[in-house]
Write a protein that binds this ligand. Structure first.
Ligand SMILES: [Zn+2]
Length: 436
């Protein structure tokens, strides 16, 4: 073995098996997950041709086992972990808040999220001016921030409807292609204003898939009747089957205890055998469900293999993250918005998102902070079905090297990682892009 890059004095979050030495060609089972340990192990990591080639526990040995490598990074006993996953970002809308003002934002957050639908209607105005050239500067700015903050995968929604046309998804796919050596952008064709309410939107979603969109979106709760919501779910899932794409649907994102589209999504997912291909986003209304119904919903989600992405900082109601996880349903976090009609802040910094979630969900014990870190890394990857994500021999060398060596410190300061590596290449260093 001749590694090209070596990382020394790396503090690992999980124990590594010294005997599990493998070459770049081996492929560990992606379903196997490591067990977190209290004792954080110091190790040396060798990378070769864009993959993790070997991880060697350091013990007392502080010498470089691979002095011939061309690049050596000394992690100084800072954490070296999997990179971050942003499970939900409206990438076509970033930095559009100033074009709209506060009206939609006040509707979205106000009255226990009772006005969420009104907010979405008001926010649609910005899409009349959509053009690829007009959207790209904001998209590039957001993707540069993603790289700096160590994000390796983004599920990126682009409004695909009769107001936006294909400009939003085209711009997101262009940004995706420009940044493909630095971050994986999964472009979701998303009919933000419904498909029964917005006739023609489903044809545009189809055209976006034909042009190379990576996933099918959906927002069934926005439809005006339960029948229409079911029709929305079934049409979008049928498109996913036809094009063999994953699905990310925004479900029950308002303060209405009567919303039931997550249940519909679970039932129709199972009916089509799409286990592990479908994610539910937001699902805030579950906070208002009667307990017996919520428990039935947990069983349905489990059966359908659906994980949940939550964005607790973008609204006063949250998916029941703790209860979902306790039931064995994986949960990831998302940035959701960056300076748009729904949220005025955001930097594509998943440590910041986790920090905010720690407060909003009251997850502040040591174990819960580890869980939050999982929810922006390995658990989010599980929700999205990203294979070979864990920092392990044989997997792609996507990783971050932090200055700090405790999860509490990482959350408290939410600093950019010292080093960000994508496919074995350094793409950012201490908050600066490398090679762009
Ligand atoms: Zn959203």
């Amino acid at each position: 073995m001749k590694p090209d890059t070596v990382i020394l004095n790396a503090r690992l979050r999980r124990d590594t098996d010294a005997s599990r030495v493998s070459t770049v060609n081996s492929r560990p089972d992606p379903r196997v997950t490591s067990t977190p340990v209290n004792r954080h192990q110091i190790a040396a990591i060798a990378l070769q041709d864009g993959y993790v080639a070997e991880i060697v526990p350091d013990g007392e040995n502080t010498t470089n086992p691979w002095p011939e490598a061309s690049t050596t990074i000394d992690a100084g006993e800072g954490f070296v972990t999997e990179p971050f996953v942003n499970g939900h970002l409206h990438l076509c809308k970033v930095y559009t808040l100033d074009q709209l003002g506060d009206a939609a934002l006040l509707d979205y957050h106000g009255q226990g999220m009772g006005g969420a639908m009104t907010a979405i209607e008001a926010a649609a105005a910005v899409k009349k001016n959509y053009s690829v050239d007009g959207l790209l500067p904001g998209i590039r700015r957001a993707l540069r921030l993603a790289v700096i903050h160590g994000i390796s995968h983004i599920r990126a929604f682009a409004d695909t409807d009769t107001t936006a046309g294909l400009a939003g998804i085209d711009a997101v796919m262009k940004g995706r292609d420009e940044f493909r050596d630095r971050v994986v952008v999964q472009a979701v064709a998303f009919p933000q204003d419904g498909i029964l309410r917005d006739p023609g939107a489903d044809d545009l979603v189809r055209r976006a898939l034909e042009k190379g969109a990576d996933a099918v979106g959906g927002i069934p709760w926005i439809e005006l009747t339960d029948d229409d919501a079911r029709e929305h779910v079934t049409r979008m899932l049928d498109l996913a089957v036809e094009f063999d794409r994953d699905v990310s649907m925004l479900v029950d994102d308002a303060g209405d205890a009567g919303l039931r589209t997550l249940e519909t999504l679970a039932i129709e997912t199972e009916r089509r055998g799409l286990h592990g291909r479908v994610t539910a986003q937001h699902a805030r209304a579950m906070a208002l469900y009667p307990e017996p119904y919520f428990r039935k919903l947990l069983a349905l989600l489990k059966r359908a293999g659906i994980g949940v992405i939550s964005d607790p900082h973008t609204g006063p109601l949250h998916a029941r993250v703790r209860d979902l996880r306790n039931a064995g349903i994986p949960v990831g976090l998302g940035q959701d918005d960056i300076t748009d009609a729904y949220y005025p802040f955001g930097r594509n910094n998943m440590l910041e998102v986790a920090f905010l979630a720690a407060h909003l969900l009251w997850m502040t014990s040591a174990v819960e902070m580890e869980a939050l870190y999982d929810m922006v890394t390995i658990e989010a990857a599980r929700v999205l079905g990203i294979e070979q994500f864990e920092l392990a021999p044989g997997n792609p060398a996507n990783l971050v090297v932090h200055e700090e060596g405790a999860v509490r410190e990482l959350l408290a300061h939410h600093k950019p990682p010292l080093w960000v590596l994508h496919r074995g290449r350094v793409v950012a260093h201490a908050g600066e892009l490398v090679g762009l």
